[in-house]
Design a protein around this ligand. Structure first.
Ligand SMILES: [Zn+2]
Length: 316
């Protein structure tokens, strides 16, 4: 859990390091400070901004392994993107993640992801509006995330954002995917709710509404199907389906759009079985040997499941 503090800079300082106050808030841009010095944490960066940054630069939030501090209102047009009067400076809210050597790097990145999720919800923006500084001006920033430091690359960061919790009374509650927020509900209770249409239509929508992992959702779905079988007095013999299981020991698993050859350079994203205690998907198609089509949170994707991988295909 990390608090979001407010330490808004004075208008006299603000007017010197921003382009104005008509930011339409169309994007959220992620940075890393580039400052590994001990003590270069959120508090230090917030103080730097409050005192009038010696550089012509500004950003809305700084976040470290312990807290997030807001320095500018979202309406401010901060100078952080290096694109002049382009959309980066004029239309984005900027988040600087601290990399101070006396902080916990991974926790700071997770807190940054949780903050981005809070901002997405506040600003009603989809994940596609979350940008890197690099997107605006080609600067290698957020440098450590872009380099995949500590195993967290940009796609992993976006996954962290999507798995983050909601804002509760001004605080960001971290919601780890492996511990669903609905942990108190049983599979049976969740099945009741799905049948009562409390979670809408479509498997992705329902899973997100329930806030559970794909593996957990499969159990709910199986329970719903089992009851449907009972309630409608269908024959007991149920058709078996094929499922692919990706074990928790697999950190990432490359995905491919269905219109490209499934070779590494064509991969568009990665699943993270380890983050969910393993993942399971229904096999929708087998477009070629050792390749299956599944439905992911980003839509239909192919994955490679050759015998040299740890994937298992099961029927049930
Ligand atoms: Zn940057």
């Amino acid at each position: 859990m990390v608090a979001i503090k407010r330490q808004i800079v004075s208008s006299s300082v603000g007017s010197r390091v921003t382009s104005g106050n008509s930011n339409p808030q169309n994007y959220i841009t992620v940075h890393q400070t580039g400052n590994t010095r001990a003590g270069a944490n959120a508090e230090m960066h917030a103080r730097l901004q409050s005192n009038g940054n010696s550089r012509s630069a500004s950003w809305h939030y700084q976040v470290d392994d312990k807290e997030a501090i807001q320095s500018f209102e979202h309406t401010a047009q901060c100078w952080a993107a290096g694109d002049g009067r382009g959309p980066g400076n004029m239309q984005s809210v900027h988040v600087e993640i601290c990399i101070n050597s006396d902080g916990d790097y991974v926790q700071a990145v997770k807190n940054g992801a949780a903050l981005v999720k809070v901002l997405m919800d506040q600003m009603k923006l989809p994940i596609s509006r979350v940008k890197q500084h690099w997107d605006w001006s080609g600067k290698n920033c957020p440098q450590q995330i872009r380099a995949g430091q500590k195993g967290i690359g940009w796609n992993d960061f976006l996954e962290l954002v999507e798995g983050s919790g909601e804002q509760v009374a001004g605080e960001v509650v971290e919601n780890k995917p492996s511990k669903p927020s609905t942990g108190k509900k049983t599979i049976s209770q969740m099945a009741d709710e799905v049948i009562a249409k409390k979670h809408g239509d479509g498997h992705d929508n329902r899973r997100k509404s329930l806030g559970i992992s794909a593996a957990e959702y499969e159990k709910v779905r199986a329970e719903v199907n089992r009851r449907a079988g009972v309630d409608t007095s269908k024959p007991a013999a149920k058709p078996t389906k094929e499922y692919v299981q990706l074990p928790a020991s697999a950190k990432t698993w490359r995905t491919y759009r269905t219109n490209v050859q499934p070779v590494a350079k064509n991969s568009d994203w990665s699943l993270t079985p380890s983050a969910f205690g393993g993942l399971e998907y229904e096999v929708l198609a087998r477009p070629q040997k050792d390749v299956v089509t599944i439905n992911t949170s980003r839509g239909r994707r192919n994955i490679y499941v050759g015998s040299n991988t740890s994937a298992r295909i099961v029927r049930k």
